[in-house]
Design a binder for this molecule. Structure first.
Ligand code: UDP
Length: 424
């Protein structure tokens, strides 16, 4: 059980429930990150409480993942799915819920590690009361994201203000790549302390199945060329670029090409509009015959899809890190990714895959074809990709670096005084 003054840590992820099914609606990399970091920290002796907002009255208020790691769901606003851009008004209730829980349980957290700007606001309020250090991971920066969307939401000004205050007042901000750090410096603020600690992946889970077994399980013939997308249906993910690239592929009429677009919920759910849009482009380009949409891929089936693929494509317009790229590489699959953000850090062009300019379907087509038509090079890229992930991106390595950071910070006084400027 939990005791005062142990190594207790609160991970706060208001909109990204670490126990949620990944891949549907807004559940993606942040949920995976919080859950995996939480579990890996617990293996290193931390007591980990992961706080999130309850989005369904039927959900358990507490989910115990192992003896030292649990998800705690706080009721703040209607217990239903609410898009992240509409959550800000419920945050004061979330803060109260957190404090009530902490008071009742008698726990003292050494550090608050917040995730995404909504949680950063929660952390800044809690810090005023609790006086403990705050570590923050942005997952996405408004200043970058708003450059690549056609319309900016009403909440944008608030988000940009909160992200700036956070960077200038948090005890430490974690950038998951040098590119993300650079964005923080050039677009958010020149002040504040930033460490680079990457995201990780489970290298025993990903890469555990042979290509032959994976293809047998999915009923894919040995000579088929499989191009795989895994991720949410969100325009920022650039699925359209991939589909248009497939329309240009020299292999499109070979009868051997197979495009698998994995992820997303059913039509009618909140990501359905993007999915329907993508399906209509597939139909319009005459690609339906070799394209499939298997829907959300569960963690147990995901390594099978990667394992069966020839190339994994991450065509995002913007990507602060991009877990899918390292998962695919852990499975020895070369990655063709947009030459943006964290993908520039994780994918080594010509060594573990290829980088192409975002939104450039011609360049994506050329890169994908280059790999698919050169099986020996494809194999070599895959082997190098696996080694690269083993060296740089295991969750235990990531948790080790975070653990050191928490221990160092919990010995230092917090910057509580500077928080006076932050208001609800
Ligand atoms: N994912 C999944 N099943 C799916 C689609 C995605 O488990 O059907 C997972 C994927 O494996 C990865 C995460 O969701 O771990 C997506 O993270 P990423 O950083 O690539 O993108 P984000 O969703 O954070 O934008």
């Amino acid at each position: 059980m939990f005791f005062q003054n142990q190594k207790c840590i609160a991970l706060i992820s208001v909109h990204g429930d670490p126990s949620a099914e990944i891949g549907k609606e807004e559940a993606g990399g942040q949920n995976v990150y919080v859950r995996q970091v939480g579990e890996a920290l617990s293996r290193q002796g931390w007591q980990v409480d992961m706080f999130t907002r309850s989005s369904d009255p039927n959900q358990a208020p507490i989910v115990q993942h192992n003896e030292r790691c649990r998800t705690i769901r706080i009721t703040a606003g209607p217990q239903t799915f609410i898009p992240r851009d509409e959550l800000f008004e419920y945050l004061p209730t979330f803060v109260q819920g957190f404090l009530k829980f902490q008071h009742q349980s008698g726990l003292q957290y050494r550090v608050l590690h917040t995730n995404y700007w909504l949680s950063s606001w929660v952390g800044m309020q809690l810090k005023k009361v609790l006086g403990v250090p705050q570590v923050h991971t942005y997952h996405s920066l408004g200043a970058v994201k708003y450059q690549s969307v056609p319309t900016v939401p009403i909440i944008a000004t608030t988000r940009l203000d909160v992200e700036k205050t956070l960077l200038e007042t948090a005890e430490r901000v974690v950038a998951t790549s040098p590119q993300e750090k650079e964005h923080m410096r050039s677009l958010v603020s020149s002040k504040g302390m930033i460490d680079i600690i990457p995201c990780g992946t489970d290298i025993s889970h990903f890469g555990s199945i042979s290509r032959q077994d994976a293809r047998k399980t999915l009923g894919i013939a040995a000579d088929e060329k499989v191009v795989l997308y895994v991720g949410r249906f969100d325009p920022r993910k650039g699925i359209e670029t991939l589909v248009r690239a497939m329309g240009r592929s020299s292999l499109r009429d070979s009868g051997k090409l197979r495009l698998i677009i994995g992820g997303g919920s059913r039509p009618g759910e909140s990501d359905g509009r993007e999915r329907e849009r993508i399906e209509s482009i597939v139909a319009e380009l005459g690609l339906a015959e070799f394209t499939e949409f298997p829907g959300r891929l569960s963690p147990s089936i995901l390594p099978i899809y990667y394992g069966a693929a020839d190339v994994s494509v991450v065509p995002s317009h913007y990507e602060p890190f991009g877990l899918v790229a390292i998962e695919a590489m852990a499975c020895r699959i070369p990655v063709v990714a947009s030459d943006v953000g964290g993908l520039q850090f994780t994918v080594r062009s010509e060594e573990t895959g290829l980088l192409a300019p975002p939104k450039d379907d011609e360049a994506f087509a050329a890169a994908i074809d280059r790999i698919l038509t050169n099986p020996e090079w494809q194999f070599q890229l895959g082997q190098q990709a696996r080694l690269h992930v083993e060296e740089k991106f295991s969750w235990d390595g990531v948790a080790n670096q975070l653990s050191q950071l928490y221990l160092n910070l919990s010995k230092q006084p917090t910057k509580a005084v500077e928080l006076a400027a932050v208001s609800a």
